[in-house]
Design a protein around this ligand. Structure first.
Ligand code: FAD
Length: 305
């Protein structure tokens, strides 16, 4: 086996070479686990710059996240970026998770707040971290060498009072030591580029990695406003999916849209695309056929494993 690639994203992205990374989530059922087993080799074969593994809302999939991260570090040299969500975690739990990841030479973590369970929006959380900033500070104190990322919202976080207030909180996370931002998914690149301008004006100068989802069905597109609150669906994307009759046509419409988004971002001054794979390889493979590259690491050939 190749050695596990150790590379802090802050440094990896500093050369501003275009890069594509992937997000997967830990499977919750045996069937989903078997499916992911089959999908993983296909995702790894594309050589993404790094792979994120989400942390279930409310800590529901904590053990599965830890197990999947460990497994990945043992089968691939590609840097693995686990998420930790603070809202329902205790300090003790986070300290244990950090210890576990440091044993596996994890060098990057995405620190997010998480969302309260649906029926408990106003209830006090059982965790020790009310906002992501507290988690960033806690991790930085205990694992100074870790490179931390945080979440960003090109179309605004649904709870934010104002864009300026949101940017103030985001900047505080960067000042507390976060070195990169991964965005919520969006379908309109203009919103992303406006967000970049707003970050620059606010003095936030870390890499901002654009979260992109390849929509594969009309049903999935309709569910987006509920899942990624604030994300707007452009009318042409909606109508392309409405016109698509067969599953193949739907996939084609979603891939075309994502490919246009990705090509534009990869050619921009913020050339980092992060694909929400939904644990599927097919849409990514189809996307790659449309991009001007065949393997994701072709765009990052100097990377040292
Ligand atoms: P925060 O930074 O705490 O911000 C949440 C809201 O509070 C914002 O409106 C912000 O402006 C405001 N705020 C921030 N700090 C303060 C403060 N000090 N005082 C008052 N208001 C404040 N969820 C999971 O459960 N697991 C995951 O793995 C996961 N991965 C994600 C990955 C990405 C790329 C993204 C974009 C989201 C992810 N989420 C995940 C969802 C995320 O946890 C939610 O969107 C959450 O609502 C916001 O997280 P945050 O880290 O931005 O929180």
């Amino acid at each position: 086996m190749e050695p596990h690639g150790t590379m802090r994203l802050g440094e990896l992205l500093a050369n501003r070479k275009p890069s594509v990374s992937l997000e997967i989530f830990p499977p919750k059922t045996k069937e989903a686990e078997v499916r992911l087993e089959k999908v993983l080799p296909r995702l790894l074969q594309k050589r993404p710059t790094f792979i994120n593994v989400t942390y279930g809302a409310g800590g529901s999939s904590k053990q599965q996240t830890l197990a999947l991260v460990r497994k990945l570090t043992r089968i691939t040299p590609i840097p693995i970026v686990p998420h930790i969500s603070g809202i329902s975690s205790s300090q003790k739990e986070v300290a244990e998770i950090l210890e576990y990841y440091l044993e596996d030479d994890i060098e990057n973590i995405l620190a997010v707040r998480g969302d309260p369970p649906k029926n408990a929006q106003n209830a006090p959380t059982k965790g020790d971290f009310r906002h992501a900033i507290e988690l960033v500070r806690f991790i930085k104190e205990r694992a100074t060498g870790l490179c931390l990322g945080v979440a960003g919202f090109p179309e605004g976080h649904p709870e934010s009072v104002s864009r300026s207030e949101e940017l103030r909180h985001l900047k505080a996370k960067i000042e507390a030591g976060a070195e990169f931002i991964v965005t919520q998914l969006f379908f309109d690149n203009r919103r992303f580029f406006e967000f970049l301008d707003a970050l620059e004006a606010a003095g936030i100068r870390v890499p901002v990695i654009a979260g992109i989802l390849i929509v594969t069905t009309q049903k999935q597109l309709s569910a987006i406003p509920g899942i990624a609150k604030g994300t707007k669906i452009p009318a042409p994307l909606n109508s392309a999916l409405q016109k698509a009759v067969t599953p193949e046509q739907c996939l084609d419409a979603g891939v075309s849209w994502a490919a246009q988004q990705a090509e534009e971002i990869l050619a921009s001054k913020s050339p980092w695309v992060h694909l929400y794979t939904m644990n599927q390889a097919g849409p990514l493979e189809r996307l790659m056929e449309r991009l001007s590259i065949q393997r994701l690491d072709e765009i990052d050939i100097d990377r040292v494993f």
